[in-house]
Write a protein that binds this ligand. Structure first.
Ligand code: AP5
Ligand code: MG
Length: 188
């Protein structure tokens, strides 16, 4: 069982690197953002609540996120391990995760920050719009500014929490996708 956490601001490459890691380690990706977008697309009541929050680039409540995570990691496909992409995003989520993991006598193997300068994030998000056929509602300059602000206010304290516990590794996310992936590989 291997558990990896990927951190980084919007557009840092969490999803991109998670997809490379799942191939290599035969584990699954748990992206709270992807799961919430599925809820929005399905029109569920959770999706309805989540939509307006996500469209503004704000965060979904910790209670909702923790129940999604708890349910997800119980599933059999998580038995070999998982990569958390976009979770935890607040100190409360990080503390709740520690508790959850301890209760299940699991171990978080790697906590990795993908560090990217703010200006580049705008380019990355513009780039992403040209890749898929589905453009995200939150991928526009105004909402991206708010997502970055929220990352600084709510998520950076989580990085400090792990850094203080000497558990955080940082990779330079300004490099090519391949280079970032190689640097991540070196951590194992
Ligand atoms: P989420 O879906 O997690 O979005 P995000 O954190 O804003 O991050 P992104 O998915 O935009 O970026 P990424 O780092 O995955 O970059 P990617 O690999 O695509 O969350 C969305 C929303 O859901 C939140 O705003 C919130 O409302 C809610 N939410 C989710 N989780 C929550 C939680 N735990 N608590 C509360 N609310 C939550 O790369 C971007 C682009 O760059 C791509 O085009 C890619 O090809 C390219 N690229 C990647 N790496 C490189 C590289 N090294 N060089 C060049 N190009 C690169
Ligand atoms: Mg992503």
């Amino acid at each position: 069982m291997i558990i990896i956490i990927l951190f980084g601001p919007p557009g840092a490459g969490k999803g991109t690197q998670a997809k490379i890691l799942i191939e290599k380690h035969d584990i699954i990706q748990i992206s709270t953002g992807d799961m919430l977008r599925e809820e929005v697309n399905s029109g569920s009541s959770l999706g309805k609540t989540a939509k307006s929050i996500m469209d503004k680039g704000d965060l979904i409540s910790d209670d909702i996120i923790m129940s999604i995570i708890e349910e997800r990691i119980k599933k059999p496909d998580c038995q070999k391990g998982f990569i958390l992409d976009g979770f935890p995003r607040t100190l409360n989520q990080a503390i709740a995760l520690d508790y959850l993991v301890e209760n299940k006598t699991l171990n978080i193997d790697q906590i990795i920050e993908i560090k990217v300068d703010e200006e580049l994030l705008f380019e990355r998000i513009e780039q992403r719009k040209t890749e898929g056929d589905l453009v995200r509602n939150d991928d526009n300059t105004e909402v991206l500014k708010n997502r970055i602000l929220i990352y600084k206010n709510d998520t950076m304290p989580v990085l400090e929490y792990y850094r203080d516990l000497k558990r955080l590794k940082t990779v330079d996310g300004m490099q090519s996708i391949e280079r970032v992936s190689e640097d991540i590989k070196k951590l194992f």
